[in-house]
Design a protein around this ligand. Structure first.
Ligand code: OGA
Ligand code: MN
Length: 270
């Protein structure tokens, strides 16, 4: 059995070296899951998992969301392969997946199949670490605040054309209000912010937006961020409940193709 892990940065990210056979055992998958929760992101360089192996690993780590074909959802801006091209462009801005749900997805596994030659690197910001490092007076100030999250706001911020079809799609997602500071069952706290965070309930709009922007700037400082420079076959897994992510813009027709498997959430925003 081969398994080695080392930190990529102080506050976020670990690289894991293992072989596929070891990885697809309950014992190693459990270790990966523990590291994921502790480190926010785990990286396997050039692992080259097949789709079936990726789904098998996901099953060992949690409950797989039914999306795409047999648990593999294709992340690409190529219109012929994915009809949600406009929506996916929202991932160019810092976000958490699923803030329009009560229970956001726990984690995503992403394999790089075809990469872009420009842009397309993925960045992750540890919002557990960012919260922890906030000055005490800021923690006190934001303790009880609630944030309204809006798909439409996030799409407009990402400069996605508000065509009639797009507006109709965006408006299918009702706005959702979540605590700004999420206290997890583990006792850890993270910030529920990102491009979808529209405003703060009961606060002057501009003042609320400024506070949200300040917190986003704080969280996405280099000290809390891991930037992944993709090589073919890399597998990344991120803990969506404590980590924000974004992908550096890339040309729409560059052929970038990632295969994603998503693990269902296990804990509601609280
Ligand atoms: C996602 C996402 C980033 C990327 O799958 O939720 O934001 O690098 N992907 O494609
Ligand atoms: Mn995303």
């Amino acid at each position: 059995m081969m398994f080695e892990a080392f930190a990529l940065k102080d506050g976020i990210g670990s690289e894991i070296r293992t072989d596929v056979e070891s990885l697809l055992t309950a014992e190693v998958a459990a270790k990966v899951r523990r590291l994921l929760v502790e480190r926010g992101v785990v990286v396997f360089k050039g692992l080259q998992l097949t789709d079936a192996q990726q789904v098998a690993l996901a099953r060992l780590m949690g409950s797989v969301r039914q999306e795409g074909e047999n648990g593999i959802y294709k992340i690409t801006l190529d219109k012929s392969a994915n009809d949600r091209r406009d929506y996916l462009k929202g991932s160019f801005l810092w976000h958490i997946d699923g803030t329009h749900d009560e229970v956001p997805v726990f984690a995503s596994l992403l394999t790089g199949i075809t990469l872009s030659t420009t842009g397309g690197q993925t960045e992750f910001a540890n919002s557990y670490g960012a919260y922890e490092a906030l000055p005490q007076e800021m923690k006190a100030k934001i303790e009880r605040l609630k944030v309204v999250h809006s798909v439409e706001v996030s799409m407009r911020r990402a400069d996605i054309e508000p065509t009639e079809a797009n507006l109709a799609f965006w408006r299918k997602f009702p706005d959702k209000t979540h605590n700004l500071v999420w206290t997890h069952k583990s006792g850890r706290k993270s910030l529920v912010i990102g491009c979808h965070a529209s405003h703060i309930e009961g606060m002057d709009r501009d003042e609320g937006q400024k506070l949200l922007q300040d917190l986003l700037d704080w969280t996405t400082q280099p000290r809390f961020v891991y930037r992944h420079e993709w090589t073919p076959g890399d597998l990344l897994i991120w803990d969506n409940t404590g980590v924000l992510h974004r992908v550096e813009p890339y040309p729409l027709d560059c052929g970038r193709m990632m295969h994603r498997t998503t693990l269902l959430g296990e804990e509601a925003f609280a």
